[in-house]
Design a binder for this molecule. Sequence first.
Ligand code: 5GP
Ligand code: MG
Length: 182
Amino acid sequence: MERIKLHDKCFKVSIPYSKIEESIKTVAEQLNRDYKDVENPLFLSVLNGSFMFTADLMKSVNFNCEISFIKLSSYSGVESTGEIKQIIGINKPLKGRSVVIIEDIVDTGATIEELYGLLEKEGVKDIRICTLLLKPDAYKKDIDINYVALRIPNDFIVGFGLDYNELGRQYKDIYVLDNSGS
Ligand code: 5GP
Ligand code: MG
């Protein structure tokens, strides 16, 4: 499907699944190398957007680890509201653990900064961030984004877990706003 319509907007394919898949495998190889001797690391996947990335990534991770999910929100429509709400809490012991945050996309970094602070307060020993997508031109924070599958320009994208007002998450390709008319 080359073009899709979600609510009032049209989107066109920007990153095909073949490229997404390949870049996720590369990130999994980096994790396999870096975490092979780490004791019981915890992957913390940020819902809803990260569900597809998390599923694909975990299929290529070959060390023992735990997976848990957290739900936050900072987006309404196509612009960041800058307001973060924690909706589903973390129900695992975190003190002294190594945690890898799994994100769909890091934009301004507000979400990641909030979550990072939360994990620090819980006494996490080592926090790393693994994201499917990074918008380097929008990212304004000092926290290292340790694992990045794909870097993209400052455009609004959907698909592969990401939504436009809750639609579009199921598509396996990544789509970008198409302003060429609908
Ligand atoms: P940040 O807090 O870094 O500004 O934004 C992070 C969150 O905003 C992401 O987890 C994601 O839910 C949402 N977001 C940022 N950029 C995009 C985008 O281009 N498309 C969609 N669908 N969501 C985005
Ligand atoms: Mg997200």
